[in-house]
Design a protein around this ligand. Structure first.
Ligand SMILES: O=C(O)C[C@@H](Cc1ccccc1)[C@H](O)SCc1ccccc1
Ligand code: NI
Length: 183
């Protein structure tokens, strides 16, 4: 069972390196890792389990956050319309995106960052993502709003990018050009 002690923190090398693509079909080990990552997210959102194991709530997790330099991510959340996103993905790629940008009005956090970092994180407002799912099926997702933000946050982890790398250093709350606010 993955707990917070397995999640590496700011300064750990895997968080600032490019992770390697994994072989498809997925090995049994990679499938198990995706299962374990997804279970962590479900546990972290279960009040009793989260309290018992002192888990921080998470809606996404990337293998580099476990010190594993593989292109594997898990996501577990639902959007404002109640659509569920609960999946483990291998080798996710943004194959196209909008010119328009978006940012969470609340800013972002990260399970690998034990401090609050204020500011707007400019991201693509809409993205098209391809990946391979835990059953070796190809996946193509067209995302916008909150789901687009979560997936981009996790895919950034595979490229060694932390959310605060994207915040405007001179003015963290500068409204990004051509952007929409996601509340
Ligand atoms: O560290 C991670 O990658 C997981 C992040 C992903 C995330 C952060 C900000 C915005 C979108 C995604 C954690 O989920 S941060 C904690 C959290 C929990 C519930 C809702 C939003 C953020
Ligand atoms: Ni993160």
């Amino acid at each position: 069972m993955i707990t917070m002690k397995d999640i590496v923190r700011e300064g750990y090398p895997s968080l600032t390196k490019k992770a390697s693509e994994v072989e498809v079909p997925l090995s049994a080990d990679d499938k198990q890792l995706l299962e374990d990552m997804l279970q962590f997210l479900k546990n972290s959102q279960d009040e009793e389990i989260a309290e018992k194991y002192d888990l921080r709530a998470g809606v996404g997790l990337a293998a580099p956050q476990l010190g594993i330099e593989k292109q594997l991510i898990a996501l577990h959340f639902e959007d404002s319309r109640g659509r569920q996103y609960s999946m483990g993905l291998a080798n996710p790629k943004i194959i196209s995106h909008s010119v328009e940008q978006a940012y969470l009005q609340s800013g972002e956090g990260c399970l690998s960052v034990d401090r609050a970092v204020e500011g707007y994180v400019p991201r693509h407002a809409r993205v098209t993502i391809t990946a391979t799912d835990i059953n070796d099926n190809p996946v193509k997702l067209r995302l916008k709003n909150y789901p687009a933000v979560v997936f981009q946050h996790e895919i950034d982890h595979l490229h060694g990018i932390m959310f605060f790398d994207r915040i405007n250093r001179d003015n963290p709350f500068a409204i990004p050009d051509n952007s929409i606010e996601i509340s």
